[in-house]
Design a protein around this ligand. Structure first.
Ligand SMILES: C[S@@+](CC[C@H](N)C(=O)[O-])C[C@H]1O[C@@H](n2cnc3c(N)ncnc32)[C@H](O)[C@@H]1O
Length: 347
């Protein structure tokens, strides 16, 4: 997927074609304001305050106890961005905003907006240091319990769209009974597969601080004992011998170095039963020189900054699996989440 600048009239089209538009100004002056405006709108409750019907600036100012001039500016920008329409003095949520910004919609990204506003935004100022030193934030070692809660809720938001497709399309053995979900957090992926395969149960191995906050999120899945948490650390724990039919590593490889991912793959290969599958579910880094791709590249830099790691290409992921003695099985690219894929190997 690409974010492009689309001209609205022939003059703008010509200016773009003739290289007269200072594109970097859009990136450095406009885009940071857009991102922060949406984050603050979510955090200040602007979207929630309009969910029951159109509102005037005066009524929103009073309800949210915000500055009228500043809120008017924010609403103007959010209208330009397609979150609101404005008619007869009233702001109404668009269907896009209704689906993705409200707390309770099943596809909402609200949790991600709160985590990004309250925790992640500060990391951005460390990008320069990361470029000089190669050392990222290493946030798993630093979060407060409240920040762990925002993080785990953000992971629910990030997988709301993906987990149902994962449940439908993950290439797993039909008779699978046991699953290990490494760094599985909220359990949406495990629950989606357990709903598809009635004989399957899953163990979610995650850090104790994560489980403290993810337990209520897992409880919402109503899976009872079929999906349960196990506190531990994927880098230091052993996963056992020939115990699992499915092992999932979803959005965790990007927090580990290649060496750490190889060690995890070796332990996974031992822990799988013959015929079992190892699914690495990730944003894929485009190969250097391949067609530029925005999501894979921006998340690569972001995971470098946040964890001193990054995204990996399909070949790199497949190599860890093969070195661990597994056979390449399938690569399933998501239809609903651009830039993401399941890289699957079999024992
Ligand atoms: C980006 S989240 C992904 C959550 C979920 N698997 C998903 O795809 O939505 C990474 C998860 O891995 C966990 N994690 C990080 N380091 C870990 C480690 N060393 N061992 C086990 N879990 C870890 C985090 O606590 C977090 O829940």
């Amino acid at each position: 997927m690409q974010l492009t600048i689309s001209p609205e009239n022939p003059l703008e089209w010509f200016a773009l074609r003739a290289n007269l538009v200072a594109v970097p100004i859009l990136h450095v002056q406009i885009m940071p304001v857009l991102a922060k405006a949406v984050l603050e709108a979510a955090d200040k409750g602007v979207f929630e305050a309009t969910k029951n019907g159109p509102q005037s600036l005066d009524s929103l100012t009073a309800e949210l106890r915000l500055n009228k001039k500043a809120l008017g500016e924010l609403l103007g920008l959010l209208t330009a961005l397609g979150y609101f329409t404005y008619k007869d003095g009233l702001f109404s949520l668009t269907s896009m905003a209704r689906r993705f910004t409200l707390k309770d919609d099943p596809r909402s990204v609200y949790g991600m907006m709160i985590f990004n506003n309250r925790v992640v935004w500060d990391w951005m100022s460390q990008l320069g240091t990361y470029l000089e030193t190669g050392e990222g934030v290493h946030y798993h070692d630093k979060l407060t319990p409240e920040q762990w809660r925002y993080y785990q809720e953000a992971m629910v938001a990030a997988s709301n769209t993906e987990a149902p497709e994962f449940g439908r399309r993950a290439p797993v053995p039909k008779q699978a009974r046991t699953m290990l979900d490494i760094g599985g957090s909220h359990g949406q992926h495990s629950a989606a597969l357990c709903r598809r395969l009635s004989g399957l149960s899953s163990v979610i191995l995650d850090l104790p601080e994560a489980i403290d906050q993810a337990a209520p999120l897992l409880a919402r899945q109503n899976m009872g004992d079929r999906v349960r948490h196990q506190p531990g650390n994927a880098l230091t724990d052993d996963f056992g011998d020939a115990q699992y039919d499915i092992v999932l590593l979803s959005s965790l490889a990007h927090h580990f170095t290649p060496e750490q991912n190889q060690q995890v793959a070796d332990k996974v290969a031992r822990a799988l039963r013959p015929g079992g599958v190892f699914i690495v579910n990730e944003f894929i880094r485009p190969e250097t020189g391949a067609r530029p791709e925005l999501l894979g590249s921006s998340t690569d830099l972001f995971y470098g900054l946040s964890s001193t790691a990054g995204n990996y290409s399909i070949d790199e992921i497949s190599e860890w699996q093969q070195r661990a003695g597994l056979k390449p099985h399938k690569v399933v690219r998501y239809r609903t989440v651009p830039g993401r894929a399941m890289v699957v190997a079999k024992k």
